[in-house]
Design a binder for this molecule. Structure first.
Ligand SMILES: [Zn+2]
Length: 277
């Protein structure tokens, strides 16, 4: 008899807890509670120069020059697995307002503004209906289109930038303060704040999206951050490896640089937020 009561008590508790879970789920669905990307984290992938492996003679040892074949396989994976590419505006809502992103979301960045991004990446991104943000070193963007030379590091032209804006959001990576000195400090870090402000003001005037900025080599300090904020920039990107989360520091957003040996299984780990860095 005592056992019967005990069992009935346990059974009732199980039923009540199941009802509670069901009610909570219903409230979640009815209230339109946000569905975040994996674990409420977003990966921003950073690409640079892209070359078909057969014509890469001079950049074989450069870890951030990736093959066209690898880039194509990355984009195919993202497309075949239903990924949505996040815009700067969606990222802003995610970071500042915790606004939901589709469950499978990723952001794609290109730094510097290489001609190879226009020749190779642009048609692939367009084919898959993807968008990306391209941070151009505006001072070395060309006034005339060049014939692509795989042995050199050619930059895009303003005409090519204009022609690819259905895929690329164009933003600033300084006007001409990108390169590092012998101590690996970028010109942005070693310039006076007045010079830095003049350079970035000019660069922001030359790009359509003047609210976001990528630090050359990710290098920054508080003075530069404050100057950018005064110029109206509200999101700035480093190359510190990590995921973006709502409420993170919007002026030091983490990104994941893609290297030439990042195969598709590693990409899968990155975009499913299982990448240990
Ligand atoms: Zn760069």
């Amino acid at each position: 008899m005592r056992l019967y009561f005990k069992n009935r008590f346990v059974r009732n508790r199980v039923i009540i807890s199941r009802i509670l879970v069901l009610v909570m789920l219903l409230v979640f669905v009815i209230s339109g509670a946000p569905v975040y990307s994996s674990e409420n984290k977003l990966a921003i992938l950073v690409y640079h120069h892209i070359l078909p492996s057969g014509i890469n003679k001079n950049f074989k040892e450069n870890g951030i020059v990736i093959s066209l074949e690898l880039f194509e396989s990355h984009m195919k994976y993202l497309h075949d697995n239903g990924y949505h590419t996040v815009t700067s505006s969606e990222l802003r809502d995610f970071v500042f307002n915790s606004k939901s992103l589709p469950q499978k979301s990723v952001m794609i960045h290109f730094d510097d503004g290489y001609l190879s991004n226009y020749i190779y990446a642009y048609p692939i991104l367009k084919k898959y209906g993807f968008t990306a943000t391209l941070f151009a070193i505006t001072g070395i963007i060309q006034t005339k289109g060049q014939t692509f030379n795989p042995d050199e590091l050619d930059m895009m032209s303003w005409m090519q930038i204009a022609a690819s804006m259905d895929v690329f959001e164009i933003a600033s990576h300084t006007n001409n303060l990108h390169n590092p000195d012998n101590n690996n400090k970028t010109a942005l870090m070693t310039a006076s704040i007045e010079t830095a402000k003049a350079d970035i003001s000019l660069s922001l005037k030359r790009v359509p999206n003047d609210k976001v900025f990528a630090y050359p080599m990710g290098q920054n300090n508080q003075e530069i951050v404050d100057m950018l904020k005064n110029l109206g920039v509200d999101m700035a990107f480093t190359v510190n490896c990590g995921y973006v989360t709502p409420g993170c520091d919007p002026m030091r957003i983490k990104r994941i640089t893609i290297y030439r040996d990042f195969n598709v299984s590693l990409l899968e780990k990155i975009v499913t937020c299982k990448y240990k860095y």
